[in-house]
Design a protein around this ligand. Sequence first.
Ligand SMILES: NC(=O)c1ccc[n+]([C@@H]2O[C@H](COP(=O)([O-])OP(=O)(O)OC[C@H]3O[C@@H](n4cnc5c(N)ncnc54)[C@H](OP(=O)(O)O)[C@@H]3O)[C@@H](O)[C@H]2O)c1
Length: 329
Amino acid sequence: MTNIKWGILAPGNIAGKFAKDLELVADGEIAAVGSRSIERAEAFCKDYPNAKAYGSYEAFAEDPDVDVVYIASPHTYHYQHTLLCLKAGKHVLVEKPFAMDKAEAEEMINLAKEKELFLMEAFWTRFLPVTERILKDIAAGKLGALKYIQADFGFNAAFNPNSRLYDMNLGGGALLDVGVYPIFLANLLLGKPNELKAMTTKSPTGSDTATSILMNWESGASAMLSCSVNTDTPTEALICGSSSLIRIHSRWHESKSFEFRRHFSEAPEHIAFDDPGKGYKHEIIEVHNCLKSGLTESNKWSLKHTLDQVEILDEIREIIELQYPKPLS
Ligand SMILES: NC(=O)c1ccc[n+]([C@@H]2O[C@H](COP(=O)([O-])OP(=O)(O)OC[C@H]3O[C@@H](n4cnc5c(N)ncnc54)[C@H](OP(=O)(O)O)[C@@H]3O)[C@@H](O)[C@H]2O)c1
């Protein structure tokens, strides 16, 4: 099969990192870049001379050479940009958080199904070698029954009402930017919780600055999760079972190593992976594998996983009274 041709919609910070890791994947290339400004699209294309630059997302979406679009716009635009690309007949990989709420997510999923196109949330942590190995170890019974998950993700971003992290029009706040990672871990390993509690602090724009979440499952498992954008936190994860535990090193969501212990009093076994790149190549390879197999969703991070994730986020937002305006189109 010829190379899979990617289109990059919204060439910002993460799009640049994604494009660098795409260079590590043998059978993929960037065919087009779509920005709100032709200058920004052209600047991004300097490193990718075969890519066409577009100064509007609408014109970009119609490029006949693009197989699959990577959507890297701010959260509040994921819905409209996904619909735009699906309507133009493109497969879509859309950044996290998938959508702003369940209603948006369902519409996106329904359209992909109707059009028989591939759609996936870009939850790259799911595809990292560390995650694959941990899932294998858990399935093999190395931890016993899962009892407790502790995970955090926090970094210190100075308050700026116009930045993506604080502007409510762009989906600002800790929960949707980094809280999605600890929630992802709990959702991946234990599914939707039976009981959930949450508390937050807010910035002057109304965005959440530090959010804490407690979860319980019927199995007796529990989780303590947190996220923040106003202070650095360890950004580690602990997965504790009835017989042993795993600690994923900081920053756990992108870690290339973890440790396994029977007990905290015993020396850990260190497991590390030699894995060039930032880690995005693994989700890219998953998209390629799905497209080549004619799949319209990934089994590893399915649309059901995503929908559960969105429902958990909606529930937390209701508890902490976190509401966002719809973006202007
Ligand atoms: N997977 C990861 O590791 C990871 C890491 C960081 C961020 N993300 C996700 O990626 C998305 C983008 O984050 P980012 O940090 O890359 O943001 P960013 O640097 O601000 O880039 C976002 C891009 O979106 C476009 N855009 C469209 N409408 C916009 C608007 N109204 N205001 C501002 N920009 C607008 C802009 O490109 P043009 O104007 O040129 O089109 C901008 O460069 C977020 O949803 C975030 O959650 C994922």
